[in-house]
Design a protein. Structure first.
Length: 568
């Protein structure tokens, strides 16, 4: 569950400006064209898409990437030449001669309105350039030579790291980005992130693809001494940035040789199919126990990526190495959130967001012959831990429950506590402190009145940044009562350094509800935070610590594996 802080995230540095694709002018679908990061304009003939193929006027595009173009009107032979490449082909055919060797491409070239067109694939198959096409926005790209995305990202990040904020803005920002992100905000954001990131080492990877008909996207990973950043750029036709976003990136790693992973679909055949990963012990013999992983609040991928953490990946690999299969999957609000209408977003509840999909995940495991259907467990983290008893009661029917940093309290109580802790840490001389306090108290008062709202009222009001209806539905289910009624084995784990869910309140409340009941095990881990990572360094005790790469404690993984083994 992510703390709803009042200050902007130090690492998030911009907004993306979206453009509207052009409408079709005739029976063919016109296509916008990018060549090495520049929008290509056409005086007459322009690219188009027909029957699933993109056709490009060869002269305009080839000249932009550095080729001399010739055309023999008698033979219909087209020639392309550069210092090291000579290409000839006859318009209307699907074969070209490249430096004396014949190369076949598809579909065939064509002559339309006295202009020679070639398929987009021609640039890749014949000329060796990279291509990309976004059918949804009718935007094609040819890249190679002039635009080096790694060099582009390196230049931008270097200016940021060097503190050349004004130069970065002057040289790269489009007017709309200058307005959205003033130099002062740029400086403040990076000054907060710099001590955590460490020295800039370089750009590990970079690739480009059209975002829409007028905007080119660049996605890259920039490596720093203590962490990696995912860098997202949006570039307009004038080679200016209309979007810049830096986000902490989880450390890349390969799965251990002792496990195997396969792609699965949770909720196959429903309106909300979710991509997932099933991790299995490579040396498994016979049906094995398994767990379903349920994320905390907010949109989350299958790894529950948070800053530089990938806790569900850590759990999946660690448990599979000890003979336990693990299913993790993308959360519905992560996979489909950008497709929800405002009305749908206001009406979504934890039932659709978490409960229904976790039940479907459990059913998927139980149908798999490699899994012991009587030994399927749930591991819920944060809000997932809060909801685990409800998921079990509403169809999960698990063999046991593992609650990681969960709580039997209401979500809005937790969010209130999180914000109050943030405000209390502010300097008393800061004039924003009282303003923030007043805002939080007002939200808290609204949260206390949610139960009395009608459904329509709740769908049209917000509380702590959530639709009020989200809290109303969740509060209609008595979480402490679900916990009280549990008769199955339960493992309750909590990090002592967790500043989002509290050992002295939430962990203690579980112990109060469960008491000394048989089958319930508790463990509190000194030094571990909300994601069960041991961290003590810059930004400790704030969201900034999640930006420094770290892994779920091996002690936690071992304890969960031993507990499951004991139940089976």
């Amino acid at each position: 569950m992510k703390m709803k802080r009042l200050a902007a995230s130090a690492a998030a540095l911009a907004l993306l400006a979206n453009a509207v694709p052009a409408a079709a002018a005739d029976s063919r679908s016109p296509v916008s064209m990018w060549v090495n990061g520049n929008a290509l304009t056409f005086a007459e003939a322009r690219p188009y898409e027909e029957a699933g193929n993109v056709l490009v006027p060869i002269r305009a595009a080839a000249e932009r990437i550095g080729f001399r173009v010739s055309f023999d009107a008698d033979t219909y032979e087209v020639g392309l030449s550069s210092p090291d490449v000579n290409v000839t082909f006859r318009a209307g055919t699907a074969a070209a001669t490249v430096n004396g060797r014949e190369t076949v491409f598809a579909p065939a070239s064509a002559v339309v309105q006295n202009r020679v067109f070639v398929p987009l694939s021609f640039f890749e198959t014949v000329l060796g350039f990279e291509t990309a096409y976004r059918d949804d926005v009718k935007a094609a790209e040819v890249r190679g030579g002039a635009l080096d995305p790694k060099a582009l990202v390196a230049d931008i990040v270097s200016l940021l790291v060097d503190g050349s904020y004004q130069q970065l803005s002057d040289e790269w920002f489009a007017d709309e980005l200058k307005a959205a992100v003033p130099v002062e905000a740029l400086a403040a954001g990076w000054d907060d992130a710099a001590p955590i990131a460490g020295a800039f080492l370089g750009v590990k990877s970079a690739q480009t693809a059209p975002l829409d008909a007028e905007t080119l996207g660049v996605e890259a990973v920039a490596a720093f001494d203590r962490m990696n950043f995912k860098v997202s750029l949006a570039i307009n036709g004038e080679r200016r940035l209309v979007g810049l976003l830096l986000q902490p990136a989880a450390t890349e790693a390969a799965a251990p040789a002792s496990v195997v992973e396969e792609e699965v679909v949770v909720g196959a055949g429903t309106a909300y199919e979710l991509g997932g990963t099933l991790t299995l012990p490579a040396a498994a013999e016979g049906p094995v126990p398994a767990v379903v992983l349920v994320q905390g609040s907010g949109p989350s991928d299958r790894n529950e990526t948070a800053g530089a953490y990938a806790p569900f990946r850590d759990l999946a690999w660690g448990l599979a190495q000890q003979g336990i299969a693990v299913l993790r999957y993308d959360k519905r609000t992560y996979a489909y959130g950008d497709k929800f209408t405002p009305e749908e977003a206001a009406a979504i509840t934890v039932a659709e967001e978490s409960v229904d999909d976790a039940v479907a995940a459990a059913e998927l495991l139980k149908r798999d012959g490699r899994i012991d259907a009587s030994q399927v467990y749930v591991i819920g983290h944060s809000q997932g831990g809060m909801l685990a008893p409800r998921i079990d009661a509403e169809g999960g029917d698990f063999a046991g429950l593992v609650l990681l940093a969960g709580s039997p309290r209401t979500l809005w109580e937790l969010i209130y506590d999180q914000n109050m802790a943030f405000i209390e840490a502010m300097d008393d001389a800061d004039p924003a402190k009282q303003a923030n306090l007043n805002s939080i108290e007002a939200e808290y008062k609204k949260a206390q009145s949610v139960a009395a709202m009608t459904d329509d009222e709740a769908k049209n009001r917000s509380v702590f940044g959530f639709p009020a209806y989200y809290f109303k539905e969740m509060d209609a289910f008595d979480l402490p009562a679900y916990v009280e009624e549990l008769k199955k084995p339960v493992l309750v784990l909590q990090g002592e350094d967790d500043f989002q869910v509290y050992a002295e309140k939430d962990f203690a409340m579980y112990k109060e509800i469960f008491g000394e009941r048989d089958g319930v095990t508790y463990k509190l881990y000194p030094g571990l935070n909300h994601f069960f990572v041991d961290y003590d360094g810059p930004g400790a005790g704030t969201l900034g610590e999640y930006n420094v790469p770290g892994a779920v404690s091996q002690d936690v993984i071992d304890d969960i594996a031993a507990w499951i083994s004991k139940q089976s």
